[in-house]
Design a protein around this ligand. Structure first.
Ligand SMILES: Cc1ncc(C[n+]2csc(CCOP(=O)(O)OP(=O)(O)O)c2C)c(N)n1
Length: 374
C-alpha cells in the first residue's frame, strides 16, 4: 500500500529537490550507562563542570518534587514538573553568559534556579499570588510565557533592539516541541534568519504536547525545519548534560559572533504528566516511561562521576544541601501572602485611568455587598 510519503517507483528517475532522508542521531558524550562515547572522549570530559551540572540538576529535581507535594497538599494551585528535563535546562543555561537575556516557557524551573530565582519567586505564580514571579531585568530571565511560542517572537524583537545597542549578544528562547507547531515560532525562525539576529532557539523536545505525541505533530524534526529557515541547527541528546552544554556553547558562540541565529533541539522526555491536572497513564504506556527512566539524566552523570573518582562524601554533602532546599521550598511556599485585589487595578496602567477607576469602584461595591450579605 502506498502513502503520500512514498518515493516514486524505482524505475522512474526522482525529480525531487531534497528527497526525505534519515535523521542524524543526536550528539551524545555520555551514554545512559554512564560510559563516555568516542565523541565525548574527543571533546574531553570536564569533571568540574560535570559536578557543577549534577549539583544544579539535583537541586532542581528536589525543588520539583517538593512543589509537586505542595500542590497535592493544596498549597499550590498548579505545578508543571520539569522532571526528566534537568540536563536539557541546566546544560543549556550554564553554557550561556549571565548577561545573555533568556525568554523561558513555563517549565524551565531548573534553568530559573540556576539564574538565582528564589523558591518564593518561583512558586508565587503557581500559588496564584502574582501574574509573574520576579523582576525580569534583575537576572536577565524574562518571566514565564504560558501562551505557547509567543516568547520566541519576544526574543526576536528583543534581539532587534539588542543589535541596535551594539556589543555581543545572545538572546535565548526556550520552547517545546508542541509550541513548535505554533505559527509564531515559524515567524520567529524566519525573521531571525532574514535579519541575522542574535537569537538562540532552544527546543526541548520532550516527546509530548499534553497528550499529543510528536509523531502526530510533524514529519520533519524541529532542527531540520529550523535549518530550512536558514538557522544554524544542532541536535543533541537532551538527557546528556555535558553534551547539551557543549552544543549550546558552540551554538551560542556562533550567535555571539554575529553569524546569525541558531537552534538547539534537545531530545528529552517529560517524565511527569503535562501538569498536576492530568494523568499521563491515560495516554501513554508504562513501557515508554520505563525506556526513558533508563535514560535518566541524573543517573548517568552520577555513574560517570562515581567512575571518575568523585568521593561518596561529595554526594552526601549535596544530598544535605538538597534537604535544606526542600525545607526552604516548603517554608517559602506557605509564607507567600494572598495578593491584594486592589493591585490588579493599581498595576493595569502606569498612570491613572478613568475606566480603571470605575472598575475599581464597581469591584469594591461588589465585595462590600458580599460582606453585608455574609
Ligand atoms: C497558543 C496556545 N495554544 C494552546 C495552549 C494550550 N497548551 C498549553 S501547554 C500545551 C502543550 C505544549 O507542549 P510543548 O510545547 O511540547 O511543551 P511542554 O508542555 O511539553 O513542555 C498546549 C497545547 C497554550 N497555552 N497556548
Amino acid at each position: 500500500m502506498s502513502s503520500t510519503h512514498d518515493h516514486v517507483a524505482n524505475d522512474e528517475p526522482s525529480l525531487e529537490v531534497a528527497p526525505r532522508r534519515e535523521v542524524s542521531p543526536p550528539v551524545q558524550f555520555v551514554t545512559p550507562e554512564g560510559e563516555v562515547t568516542a565523541l565525548g572522549e574527543q571533546h574531553g570530559i570536564d569533571l568540574d563542570l560535570a559536578r557543577q551540572l549534577y549539583r544544579h540538576m539535583s537541586l532542581a529535581r528536589r525543588l520539583d518534587q517538593e512543589a509537586l507535594a505542595l500542590q497535592r497538599q493544596g498549597e499550590l494551585g498548579l505545578w508543571l514538573q520539569c522532571w526528566g528535563q534537568e540536563a536539557a535546562q541546566v546544560g543549556s543555561i550554564l553554557a550561556l553568559r549571565e548577561s545573555d537575556y533568556v525568554f523561558p516557557s513555563y517549565r524551565e524551573h531548573a534553568a530559573a534556579l540556576v539564574r538565582g530565582i528564589s523558591p518564593t519567586e518561583l512558586l508565587s505564580q503557581w500559588r496564584g499570588a502574582t501574574h509573574a514571579g520576579w523582576d525580569p531585568t534583575s537576572r536577565n530571565l524574562h518571566f514565564y510565557s504560558l501562551v505557547l511560542g509567543t516568547q520566541t517572537l519576544h526574543a526576536t524583537g528583543y534581539a532587534m533592539g539588542a543589535v541596535l545597542d551594539g556589543g555581543e549578544h545572545v538572546v535565548a528562547a526556550y520552547f517545546g516541541d508542541g509550541a513548535a507547531s505554533q505559527g509564531d515560532v515559524s515567524e520567529a525562525f524566519n525573521w531571525a534568519a532574514a535579519r541575522d539576529l542574535p537569537v538562540l532557539f532552544i527546543c526541548q523536545n520532550n516527546q509530548w504536547a499534553i497528550s499529543t505525541p510528536t509523531s502526530l505533530q510533524y514529519r520533519t524534526p524541529v532542527h531540520e525545519r529550523a535549518a530550512g529557515f536558514g538557522l544554524r541547527s544542532f541536535h543533541v541528546d537532551g538527557n546528556d548534560a555535558l553534551a547539551v552544554h557543549a552544543v549550546t556553547a558552540q551554538a551560542a558562540d556562533i550567535v555571539r559572533r554575529g553569524q546569525g541565529p541558531a537552534l538547539v533541539e534537545a531530545v528529552t522526555f517529560r517524565m511527569a504528566g503535562h501538569s498536576t491536572s492530568d494523568d499521563p497513564t491515560k495516554y501513554r504506556t508504562a513501557e515508554e516511561f520505563a525506556a526513558w527512566e533508563a535514560r535518566d539524566p541524573l543517573t548517568r552523570l552520577r555513574t560517570l562521576l562515581e567512575h571518575r573518582d568523585t568521593e561518596p562524601s561529595w554526594f552526601s554533602a549535596l544530598s544535605a544541601e538538597a534537604d535544606e532546599l526542600g525545607v526552604e521550598v516548603r517554608r517559602a511556599c506557605r509564607a507567600i501572602e494572598a495578593p491584594k485585589l486592589d493591585d490588579l487595578f493599581d498595576h493595569a496602567y502606569a498612570h491613572p485611568h478613568s475606566l480603571v477607576d470605575v472598575e475599581r469602584l464597581t469591584h469594591r461595591e461588589f465585595v462590600d455587598s458580599l460582606e453585608v450579605a455574609g
